[in-house]
Design a protein around this ligand. Structure first.
Ligand code: SF4
Length: 331
């Protein structure tokens, strides 16, 4: 294991915990994590990690039509990159390399979150506030490294009408269960796709069976569980593939007991789409790229998506099973 350690991150408790856990790791100090993170790296990064201090605002407003309707909603960032390797992941376009980064100063990030929530409440906003935690990493997948949920689930319990959504493709929920609470303000949102698509495009993530088992366990323990069907991929024969997947899923899961259901197909901003394709063209011989990328359409709004016809088919199919409970995410 190779750990790049930003100088300002050295004294934080999480840094010390991680370093003591990987006591045989090679540790390289760096003045700022971007000295490493912003470089194009030519060697494998699976066994590398960056520990850094978040030194500027890490809370962003979500785009229009994203996620829960009728609320004030923000992304917040505690980690960058991911232990999984989904072929379609937009992070490949957003960042120069795939080093996982953990911002270890959780207390500062929580102070920022608290300040934002109180600012809204003091401005007399009494409605729902949603904080999306997992748009730059799969935090359940990273939990054994970062203990994110151990810290942030209890943190959010102190507020009224606030919800943290954490999205995952991991079925490993033991650390959540170890918390031994029933959180009211956290939703664990499982990203689901048919097993054939998981095998082809969601490398190193948990199997569908494992994700379903995790959903059932959390539901039985009264956790808030969401289903995220995203990104839906219009692979050849997709209508039959997704129809069978939905039929089986509805037999397995108590859908009435699901907190929310969101749906989205592939969507990129144009620059990320171009960058990902460029990276794909640099793949070593023998490694296949993500073929669906080139079939996407550039919309008038500058966003790149699957065709409107395929989006309508997906919408029709999912409404057949879930009716009006489906929220079309960021259409
Ligand atoms: S799980 Fe999410 S963040 Fe991780 S590689 Fe897949 S799409 Fe990207």
């Amino acid at each position: 294991m190779l750990i790049y350690l930003e100088q300002e991150a050295k004294e934080y408790p999480l840094t010390k915990e991680i370093l003591s856990r990987f006591s045989d790791a090679d540790v390289v100090e760096t003045w700022h994590y971007k000295n490493v993170f912003d470089k194009k790296i030519g060697y494998p990064t699976e066994k590398c990690l960056i520990l850094a201090k978040s030194d500027r605002l890490k809370l962003f407003s979500v785009p229009e039509n994203y996620g829960y309707p009728d609320c004030k909603a923000f992304f917040f960032v505690t980690q960058l990159n991911c232990v999984f390797d989904c072929a379609y992941c937009y992070l490949k376009g957003a960042f120069k390399n795939d080093f996982p980064v953990i911002f270890v100063n959780y207390s500062d990030i929580q102070l920022e979150l608290r300040t934002k929530i109180l600012e809204l409440r003091h401005g007399w906003y009494k409605g729902k506030i949603v904080l999306y935690a997992s748009n730059y990493s799969d935090l359940v997948g990273m939990e054994s490294l970062s203990w994110f949920h151990q810290s942030f689930i209890p943190f959010f319990e102190q507020f009224d009408n606030v919800l943290m959504e954490t999205r995952t493709k991991s079925g490993n929920i033991q650390s959540l269960l170890d918390l031994d609470i029933i959180p009211q303000n956290t939703e664990i949102a499982f990203s689901l796709n048919p097993q054939a698509i998981i095998e082809s495009y969601e490398h190193w993530s948990s199997s569908l069976k494992s994700r379903i088992s995790a959903i059932k366990t959390l539901q039985a323990k009264w956790w808030k569980v969401g289903l995220r069907f995203l990104p839906l991929l219009p692979v050849p024969g997709y209508v039959e593939i997704y129809e069978q997947f939905l039929r089986e899923l509805c037999q397995e899961i108590d859908i009435n007991n699901v907190n929310s259901i969101f749906l989205a197909t592939l969507i990129y901003n144009k620059q990320d789409w171009i960058t990902i394709q460029k990276k794909e063209s640099d793949l070593p011989a023998g490694r296949q790229g993500f073929k669906l990328l080139k079939d996407l359409e550039v919309g008038e709004d500058g966003l790149v998506r699957v065709s409107a016809a395929d989006r309508e088919v997906f919408d029709w199919l999912f409404r057949k099973y879930f009716g009006d409970r489906v929220v079309r995410d960021y259409v």
